[in-house]
Design a protein around this ligand. Structure first.
Ligand code: ATP
Length: 440
């Protein structure tokens, strides 16, 4: 018999149907057995009158919670049942996979939720929670809306290699791997290759793919592998063109999520989706440092013009009060804290045409106009003390007609943290990878 989804049972009153799902709870009484069955669309009560099939009753009594079951029975209206006012009267049951008892923990016991580290050991059970099912539906829709926007604006999708012959960013945070007789590196970003697409005349590209960082930090926002959302656009006048694109794109994607899933998000996460208003405020780094001084936030000295997470939060609070926006761009960062390929301001060579996007007090993207003039780029690389040999393949992109261009790199899980107001990136990723975590 074809499968009926639980949220469709209302259309099958008085019919015999087959539903498939997990046994969330079992109320095993003398004569009656009530099974609460869950599939990806909801919950339903299945009722079994023991004296009718004593043997089946024995099987049901022996079931472990979270067993995977196929249930056949008649759908009947029953106003007394809290779950949708209907229940299934059991005719037949197939135990597809009995769950061992006891479970490592009960993912549906909200009161006694173990710490995230323990839950990650049993991630496939943890993912069965409503929050997680919804979270990944939100991620799917968010990504879909982003792609829709890109495709409608004439972007081309690329998939650049993640095994590289030389580092794509600074030497720090680099995973080195054995590659036959030599060393190779895991890509820290698709930076070089998306710029190559500009030299190739693609004009506008995006990539959604893995990014690797050998970052030994144990924060609530860092992973050693994450999914990056990257774009690069040609023929820009300055980084302002990238900002304009970014805010429209995010506004669209958030609006799509709000339109389709706002109610469910409110029910499960207890929050309303906030669609960021366009334009996002822009603050230069110089203005930001002034504001931080005024509000009395002392940046650690060793930061040399960079912001620390506390600084990001302090300036975010200022922007929220002043402009009522959770999203804003910090622009024009000093060259000391930016990579060699960021373009410098024509009227102030100490500043780059770069930006960070801060949302909900968290850095979620970094971008810039890139230097596309071969000689200037070479000079900047030398100033940073880079050996030209290892990046010559990259410098070559700029020798045969490469247009002005810029783009950004954004972390998908950080964006989800902001959207769903999650305190820890471990909750916003399918499987977390960190210095201490390689399984499951
Ligand atoms: P941070 O200062 O937070 O360590 P970063 O400056 O190293 O980040 P970028 O190299 O600019 O980050 O990367 C672009 C974006 O990728 C970041 O804004 C963030 O959204 C995401 N990102 C960077 N590093 C990580 C990480 N270790 N884990 C998860 N996301 C990350």
């Amino acid at each position: 018999m074809t499968r009926t989804l639980i949220n469709d049972l209302n259309n099958h009153i008085d019919e015999v149907v087959t539903v498939k799902g997990w046994l969330q709870t079992l109320r095993d009484q003398k004569n009656m057995q009530f099974l609460i069955l869950r599939d990806r669309t909801g919950l339903v009560q299945v009722a079994h009158y023991r004296p009718e099939h004593p043997e089946l009753g024995e099987h049901i009594s022996a079931l472990g919670t979270e067993s995977a079951l196929t249930v056949t029975g008649k759908v009947v209206k029953n106003e007394v049942v809290k779950l949708g006012g209907l229940e299934i009267q059991l005719h037949d049951l197939v135990i597809e996979n009995n769950a061992e008892a006891p479970l490592p923990y009960d993912p549906f016991d909200q009161e006694n939720m173990p710490a995230i580290d323990f839950r990650m050991d049993w991630r496939y059970l943890d993912l069965r929670r409503d929050q997680n099912l919804l979270l990944f539906r939100v991620q799917t829709l968010l990504e879909h809306a982003m792609r829709e926007f890109w495709v409608n604006e004439g972007f081309i999708e690329i998939h650049s290699p993640k095994i590289m012959g030389s580092p794509s960013e600074s030497g720090a945070e680099l995973f080195e791997i054995d590659y036959f007789e030599r060393k190779a590196y895991l890509a820290q970003s698709p930076q070089f290759y998306k710029q190559m697409a500009m030299a190739a005349g693609f004009e506008r590209v995006f990539e959604v793919g893995p990014v690797f960082r050998a970052d030994p930090s144990y924060t609530s926002r860092h992973m050693t592998e994450f999914t990056g959302l990257d774009i690069e656009i040609s023929w820009i006048e300055s980084h302002e063109d990238v900002l304009k694109f970014t805010e429209r794109w995010l506004n669209y994607a958030f609006q799509r999520v709000k339109d389709e899933l706002d109610e469910e998000i409110m029910k499960v996460f207890g929050i309303e989706v906030t669609v960021p208003e366009v334009p996002f405020p822009r603050l230069t780094m110089a203005e930001t440092l002034d504001v931080l001084k005024k509000v009395g936030y002392d940046l650690p000295k060793e930061r040399k013009g960079d912001l620390d997470p506390g600084g990001e939060r302090a300036i975010a609070e200022y922007v929220k009060n002043e402009f009522n926006n959770e999203f804003f761009f910090l622009i024009d960062w000093p060259i000391t804290v930016r990579p060699f390929y960021h373009m410098r301001h024509p009227d102030n060579p100490d500043l780059t045409r770069s930006f960070d996007l801060i949302a909900g007090g968290l850095e979620i993207a970094t971008g810039a106009q890139r230097e596309h003039r071969y000689e200037v780029l070479k000079k900047q690389a030398l100033e940073y003390g880079l050996g030209l040999e290892s990046i010559q393949f990259y410098l070559d992109f700029f020798r045969y007609g490469c247009p002005p261009h810029g783009g950004f790199g954004m972390g998908l899980s950080r964006l989800l943290m902001v959207l769903l107001k999650l305190p820890n990136i471990r909750e916003a990723v399918y499987l977390f990878r960190g210095p201490n975590r390689l399984h499951p």
